[in-house]
Design a binder for this molecule. Structure first.
Ligand SMILES: CNc1ncnc2c1ncn2[C@@H]1O[C@H](COP(=O)(O)OP(=O)(O)OP(=O)(O)O)[C@@H](O)[C@H]1O
Length: 187
């Protein structure tokens, strides 16, 4: 089984409502928050949006992997990652990928395109779920709100995974994730 990661950097966006002119919207916590997504340029999920991330290397912790992949794909140095999810993807009844999901509001640098990924800051209430993996619309909204998720997602139809059909899933929110002692922060 492949062990992989996804990392979702968050910031208070520049495209949000102006509190001076939009007093009613300014009270909404969601207003103007943005998440850094990538458009994947090659490999699994090519042409789709996702968070930066990828496969863990031997001897590397998932957290180290998420930091490295975010650096390699978009040139951002992320810190203080909070574990937000553990997702198990099954293909034709067999474990295919175990994905560790993180979020962070702490990073340095400017997102820059690489051969693998084109980065884009996207408002959290305008995430392009129709251009993402089918399972993302189920768990990513909660993760962007600060919740914790554990889920299993079943695909059928043979390899590659990104051409298989998403058939069903189980999900638990506010799950306690193994091996993560991070403090809860407010997102
Ligand atoms: C099934 N539903 C899914 N929903 C959301 N995200 C999914 C996913 N299945 C895989 N992922 C993520 O997709 C990335 C693969 O990327 P990655 O390992 O880089 O694949 P790729 O084949 O390009 O690898 P190389 O660059 O060749 O090593 C990696 O972050 C992994 O967590």
């Amino acid at each position: 089984m492949i062990e992989a990661t996804l990392c979702f950097p968050l910031r208070d966006g520049e495209t949000g409502a102006d509190p001076a002119t939009d007093a009613d919207l300014a009270t909404d916590d969601e207003t103007g928050r943005e998440v850094l997504l990538i458009e994947k340029r090659r490999g699994l999920g090519e042409g789709w949006y996702n968070g930066p991330g990828g496969k863990c290397e031997p001897g590397e912790t998932p957290r180290e992997c998420a930091i490295r992949e975010t650096r390699e794909e978009v040139g951002l140095e992320v810190r203080d990652l909070e574990k937000a999810g553990e997702l198990r993807f099954l293909l034709d009844g067999e474990a295919h990928t175990f994905c560790h999901v993180y979020r962070t509001r702490s990073f340095e640098g400017e997102p820059t395109a690489s051969e693998e990924a084109a980065p884009e800051w996207v408002p959290v209430d305008d995430v392009p779920y129709d251009r993402m993996w089918d399972d993302d619309r189920l768990w990513l909204p909660g993760v962007l709100e600060g919740k914790t998720v554990a889920g299993e997602f079943r695909f059928e139809g043979g390899t590659p995974l990104d051409e298989a059909d998403f058939v069903d899933h189980e999900m638990a929110w506010d799950a306690s994730l193994e091996g993560d002692q991070d403090e809860k922060r407010s997102y």
